[in-house]
Design a protein around this ligand. Sequence first.
Ligand SMILES: Nc1ncnc2c1ncn2[C@@H]1O[C@H](COP(=O)(O)OP(=O)(O)OP(=O)(O)O)[C@@H](O)[C@H]1O
Ligand SMILES: [Mg+2]
Length: 285
Amino acid sequence: MAVAAEHIRTLNKYERAILAALERWMKQYAWVPLDQIKQTTELSESEVNYRLSRLIRWGMVRFNPVPYDGYALVFGGYDTLALASLSKKGTISALGTMIGEGKESVVYEALGLGPVAIKFHRVGGRSFSSARLNRDYIPDVGHCPWLVASRKSAEREYEALSLLHPRVSVPLPIDQNRHTVVMALINGANLNRCALEAPGEVLDEILVQLGEAYRAGVIHSDLSEYNIMMEDDRVVIIDWPQWIGADHPNAAATLERDVGNIVTYFNRKYLLRRDQKDALRCVTG
Ligand SMILES: Nc1ncnc2c1ncn2[C@@H]1O[C@H](COP(=O)(O)OP(=O)(O)OP(=O)(O)O)[C@@H](O)[C@H]1O
Ligand SMILES: [Mg+2]
């Protein structure tokens, strides 16, 4: 689900005001009534209808006629609001191409003070269209699960990067807005796409980084060869929204799983014979 990037530049102030009004009212409605949008934006009904039709066409808003005419923000609209805020603050001046797409996010290259990466969290996104049909999932009154969950996920990731950088080799956190995290762009490839010349040394380095994170009170929780990047010879650990604290009741089991995933990967791909228990001992010290 890409960002509606090409339409963001053509958005006018009425359309931005409607997106902001929808964001505000989605704390109370799953589908915001037209009257509420009219009142908040102080625009005429014909203006609101025209602007809404454009936002719907651009994939920023959805319409639902039952039991009343209601409108809801979708990821495209939320992306636009975040980008507008980040560009107003000067964090980002241009959006580049998509450089990554995971289960629960899409990552773009962007221009800030230098090249940066912007990660749009998409938690609950895939289930949103079916959730639209199954009306219990998104309550008529109350919160909006995908919006809240995606924002929380971005906030959590930013928190981890802030706790860890520069002690642990993670992308430098630059800014955070709504469901997005802006961070340093890593010029490299995911570990699963690398053919390492000195795999044993890289594995050792990963264990050192995990140990530093652990002593900083953070356990990754979703560690695999897909969430480690190689920037030249440097290991960079990415994708931190699921982290837990080292004092969490599941800390020991989670750390063991993280370390196990990595050791198993290296043993299998590079035919190493590293012992998982020894590796775990390297991390916990
Ligand atoms: N700072 C960055 N610089 C360069 N590329 C990045 C950066 N952050 C992420 N990427 C690329 O985008 C991809 C997806 O990012 P990430 O792993 O953080 O999210 P995700 O995989 O969607 O999360 P999940 O594991 O929940 O599915 C990464 O595998 C990586 O290739
Ligand atoms: Mg990932």
